[in-house]
Each structure stands twice: as C-alpha cells, then as structure tokens.
Design a protein around this ligand. Structure first.
Ligand code: FES
Length: 153
C-alpha cells in the first residue's frame, strides 16, 4: 500500500502521540517552572525510567530523547534542518528520515544525506532530583556531534 505524504505524516504524529500518551499516563510528562520562575522547562520524567540505547519521542515537546549506550542523554529536535519538516525515525539505522526532501540523519542527528546540511538541533538538558528537564526554547545548532552534547546522571 502506498501512502501519500499527508497520510504518512498524520500516521507518524499519531504514533508519536501514542508513545507520549504512555508517558503521560505514567505521570512523568508535564511542564514545570524552574525555581527561578523565568524559564519553563519540559519535564520528561525520571532519568532512570529511560533504557540505554533507546529513543523516546515527545510530541508536545517536539523532540526525540535518545539515551545512548553509555547512559548519556541527547534531546534532538523533530525539525529537519533543511526546511523544517518533522523527521521520522528509521528503525533500520536508528536514525531519522525526512519525508519532505529525503534528508537522512544518523542516530546522533548528523546528516547522512542532503539536502539538509547540518545536524538536527538539540536542546539543553538539566537533571534535578533525578528528573530530566529539557529547555525546548533553546535549540542549539551544531556542525557535528560530540560527547559534550550529552547529559549524564
Ligand atoms: S525539509 Fe527535510 S529534507 Fe527538506
């Protein structure tokens, strides 16, 4: 069965919402104000609830939370860095594909094939009382992946 792009994007968003609903039902996803009250952060839940070497999509935050083999966390934007379409996960590569113009990204968000020219943006993560707080207001541009982008417990 061949899907047109609109149906494909719709089904992808429904799938992402389903995964996020799971976390919502567990009570682990909500928005919180930091102690300063000046920055709203996205609370993804207890860091220990995330398995290593897995990817977790958060629809309302519009990011993928990846926990790598060494335990490091990286929150990558849904937005393709070409023209801003929502990227999909690629279960074969562990990376991401863009349905609009076929850019591909690896599991670190780095470009594997154009037209995108730079990796997916990532968001700063802080850990407070064991909970992952993602600042989705501050996407960080980068030219490549390096370990300094990861956050550890
Ligand atoms: S918007 Fe992703 S490849 Fe064009």
């Amino acid at each position: 069965m061949k899907l047109n792009r609109r149906k494909f994007i719709k089904r992808t968003l429904i799938a992402l919402a389903t995964v996020e609903a799971f976390f919502l039902l567990r009570g682990s996803v909500n928005k919180v104000d930091t102690s300063s009250g000046t920055t709203e952060l996205f609370n993804a839940g207890k860091a220990t609830a995330f398995d290593k070497n897995k990817l977790y999509p958060f629809l309302t935050g519009q990011f993928f939370l990846k926990r790598f083999e060494d335990g490091g966390f990286l929150a990558m934007s849904f937005k393709c860095t070409h023209l801003g379409c929502v990227v999909n996960t690629n279960s074969k590569t562990g990376g991401f594909n863009c349905p609009c113009h076929a850019s591909q990204f690896n599991k670190f968000g780095e470009v594997l094939s154009a037209p995108a020219t730079r990796p997916l943006d990532y968001f700063p993560i802080t850990i407070e009382k064991g909970e992952l707080l993602i600042d989705t207001r501050k996407p960080i541009r980068r030219s490549s992946f390096n370990k300094s982008q990861l956050t550890y417990l």
